[in-house]
Write a protein that binds this ligand. Structure first.
Ligand SMILES: [Zn+2]
Length: 578
C-alpha cells in the first residue's frame, strides 16, 4: 500500500499520467480526464458516483473503474454488516474486506476482541451469498459449534438461507461433506489432520483459519490448505524447490523454475485468510504461502487509517491553544471536547472562538442548529465544528464529509469516567470496572467466569432486550422473568467488584494500574480509562477517502492526563502498528 501511494504522488490515479498537485490534493483526476467545469458537476455527497458517471460518459474510465468497484462493494458490505451486527464495522474490518474482494491472501493479526470472528462470520455469509465456497477452520470442536450457531443466527436475522455444514463428530455430517453439499463448511484443525481424504477433491474460494498458531502444529496442514485452494501437489513441490534455493542463496530469478512458479501463481486459486493474536505467522512456515499466494502479513493497516496522531502535553489554557491551532489549520477542523467537561465548556469555547473572529459552529445534541451547522461546514461557510467526544456524539458518528475534514483537535483525552465513590448502576461501567479489578485480585477466576457468562448471555439478546436489561439494572426495577437469571449474574458481579472498589487499600493498588487513572473531583473519586473506540472513530473523520485512496489526516490531542495519554498511545500501537 505504501509503495502504491508513493508512486501515486505525481501521477493521475485514473490514467496514470502527470497530474498537478492541486488536482491531487483535491482528490480529483487530471485535467484531461476531468475539466474544471466538469468538477462543478460533482456533488460532494456523491463524489465517487458522479466522477464515475462523467468518466464513463467521456470514455475515460481507466484505473478508477476498479477503485470505484471496490468502494461500491465496500459500501455494500458496510450496510450488510450493519444489518447483521447492528453497529458499523471498524475501519480495520473494512480494510480486511477490501483485501478479500481483491483476492489478496493475508493474515489478520490483531488482539482478541477486535472483531475477527465477527468478521469471519459476516464475510462468509456475504461471499457465499455471491456464490463463493467457504471453509472456516477453527482450533476446537466447541468453537466449530459456536461459529456454526453464530452464522445461523446471522442468517436468520438477514433471512438468508445457505447450506452451512460443520463437523461436530456425527457420521452423517461426514457423509454430507464428502458429497460436497454445502456453501459454508466449518471444521476443526483435527478434522483436517485426520480426515483429509474426505476433502481431497474439494476446492474453496475462501479459507479462513482462525488461531493459526495451533493449526501450524500439524506441519502437513500447510500443504493441505494449499491443495484446498486449488494447487496441485506438483505446484507445491515446485514452490518448495524455489524456497530451498532461496534459502541457500542460489535462486536464479531468470530461471525456468521462476517462470514455472509465476505460471502456477496465475492459476485460478482461492484466497487464504489467517488469523493470529500473536503474530507468529511471520515464521519460516508461511514461506510456501508467500511464494504461492503473495501472502502478506498484517501490514498496511496504519496506512489505511492514514492519520498522524499527535499530542500536546501541558497545553496550558486549552482555549488559547485551540485558537492558535485553528489559526494555523484555517479550515476543515473538528474539535472534540472530552465528555466530562460537559456541553457548557463546548459552548464557552464556541463563544471564545467566535469572539476571535473564527467561523465556527456547535454540533451537540439538543442543539437545534446542529444540523444547520453541519450543512454550513459542508458548504464551506464555516471552518470549524465543535462537538462532544462521546461514543454516540453527533460529530463522532453522524458526519460524513470526507472531502471537508482535515484536522481533529481533542480537548482532553476521550475517556470513560466512572464515579466510584457514588457508583451509579450502569451495565457498561460495571463491566469496565470488573475487567479492571479482576487483574488485581485473587478472585479473578470467579470474576472472569461471571464476565464471560454475562457476555455470552448478552450477545444472544436483541438490542431492545439489552436496553431493557440495562434499564432494569440502572433503575432497580423489575424485569421480565426470562431475563431475571441474567440480572442475577449482574448483581453477583457488582457485589464482588464493589467490595474492592470501596476498600481504600485496593484503590492505591488500582492507581498503579498502567491503563487507568484515578481523579478526585470534589468529594468523589473518578476512575478514568481511555475511550479508544471514540478516539479512533472521531479522529478517523479526518482521513478523507478520495478516488485514489485515503488522504492524510491530522489529529492533535491536548492532553489532560499523562498516564492516559501513554495508555492511548499503547492501545493505538496495538491496533495499528504490528
Ligand atoms: Zn488522468
Amino acid at each position: 500500500m505504501s509503495e502504491i501511494r508513493a508512486s501515486l504522488k505525481d501521477l493521475c490515479f485514473n490514467c496514470g499520467r502527470n497530474i498537478s498537485s492541486s488536482r491531487l490534493n483535491g482528490g480529483f483526476p487530471c485535467e484531461e480526464d476531468l475539466s474544471e467545469s466538469e468538477i462543478k458537476e460533482i456533488r460532494e455527497d456523491y463524489f465517487l458516483e458522479d466522477l464515475y458517471k462523467i468518466l464513463e460518459r467521456k470514455n475515460r474510465l481507466y484505473n478508477f473503474k476498479k477503485l470505484y468497484e471496490i468502494e461500491r462493494e465496500s459500501k455494500e458490505f458496510f450496510n450488510f454488516f450493519y444489518n447483521v451486527i447492528g453497529s458499523e464495522p471498524w475501519s480495520i474490518q473494512i480494510a480486511w474486506f477490501k483485501r478479500l474482494i481483491k483476492n489478496n491472501s493475508f493474515a489478520m493479526i490483531a488482539p482478541t476482541g477486535t472483531g475477527k470472528s465477527t468478521f469471519i462470520a459476516v464475510s462468509s455469509i456475504y461471499f457465499s451469498k455471491k456464490g463463493k465456497k467457504i471453509l472456516i477452520i477453527l482450533p476446537t470442536k466447541v468453537l466449530v459449534t459456536q461459529m456454526y450457531e453464530r452464522i445461523h443466527d446471522y442468517m436468520e436475522k438477514l433471512k438468508i438461507s445457505l447450506e452451512v455444514l460443520m463437523y461436530s463428530g456425527k457420521k452423517e455430517e461426514k457423509k454430507r461433506i464428502e458429497e460436497g453439499n454445502f456453501d459454508i463448511l466449518i471444521l476443526s484443525n483435527q478434522f483436517i489432520s485426520k480426515n483429509f481424504s474426505v476433502l481431497k477433491d474439494k476446492k474453496f474460494d475462501f479459507i479462513f483459519i482462525d488461531d493459526v498458531d495451533a493449526f501450524f502444529k500439524g506441519s502437513k496442514n500447510i500443504e493441505k490448505v494449499l491443495m484446498l485452494l486449488g494447487f496441485s501437489e506438483e505446484d507445491i513441490s515446485i514452490a518448495k524447490e524455489v524456497i530451498d534455493l532461496k534459502l541457500k542463496g542460489k535462486f536464479d530469478f531468470k530461471s525456468k523454475l521462476r517462470e514455472e512458479l509465476e505460471n502456477i501463481k496465475k492459476k485460478d486459486h482461492g484466497t487464504l485468510i489467517l488469523s493470529s493474536a500473536t503474530g507468529s505467522v511471520r515464521g519460516k512456515r508461511v514461506k510456501l504461502y508467500k511464494e504461492l499466494l503473495d501472502f502478506s502479513v498484517g501490514t498496511g493497516v496504519s496506512k489505511l487509517r492514514n492519520i498522524v496522531d499527535t499530542f500536546i502535553e501541558d497545553a496550558g489554557d486549552f482555549k488559547e491553544k485551540v485558537l492558535e491551532l485553528v489559526k494555523k489549520m484555517e479550515d476543515g477542523i473538528l474539535i472534540f471536547v472530552s465528555k466530562e467537561y460537559g456541553t457548557e465548556y463546548a459552548k464557552d469555547l464556541y463563544n471564545f472562538l467566535l469572539e476571535n473572529g473564527i467561523k465556527v459552529g456547535l454540533v451537540i445534541s439538543k442543539e437545534k442548529s446542529s444540523l444547520d451547522n453541519i450543512k454550513k461546514f459542508s458548504s464551506g461557510e464555516i471552518n470549524v465544528l465543535i462537538g462532544m467526544a462521546h461514543h454516540h456524539g453527533l460529530l463522532v458518528r453522524g458526519l460524513d464529509l470526507p472531502t471537508r475534514v482535515k484536522y481533529a483537535i481533542f480537548i482532553g483525552i476521550p475517556k470513560i469516567s466512572i464515579n466510584i465513590t457514588k457508583y451509579e448502576r450502569n451495565l457498561r461501567n460495571l463491566l469496565i470496572l470488573s475487567n479492571v479489578v479482576k487483574d488485581l485480585v485473587e478472585e479473578k477466576p470467579i470474576i472472569d467466569r461471571l464476565i464471560k457468562s454475562l457476555n455470552r448471555k448478552i450477545k444472544r439478546l436483541s438490542s431492545e432486550a439489552i436496553v431493557l436489561l440495562s434499564n432494569a439494572y440502572s433503575s432497580g426495577e423489575n424485569i421480565e422473568d426470562w431475563m431475571e437469571y441474567i440480572l442475577r449474574d449482574v448483581y453477583e458481579l457488582e457485589k464482588i467488584v464493589m467490595k474492592y472498589i470501596k476498600d481504600p487499600d485496593f484503590l492505591k493498588k488500582l492507581d498503579s494500574h498502567p491503563s487507568l487513572s484515578l481523579r478526585v473531583k470534589g468529594e468523589d473519586i473518578y476512575l478514568n480509562i481511555v475511550d479508544i473506540k471514540t478516539y479512533i472513530q472521531a479522529s478517523g473523520r479526518t482521513s478523507r477517502l478520495y478516488a485514489g485512496g485515503l488522504t492524510k489526516g491530522l489529529s492533535v490531542i491536548l492532553s489532560d492526563d499523562d498516564k492516559l495519554l501513554r495508555a492511548l498511545d499503547a492501545r493505538l500501537r496495538i491496533y495499528f502498528y504490528y
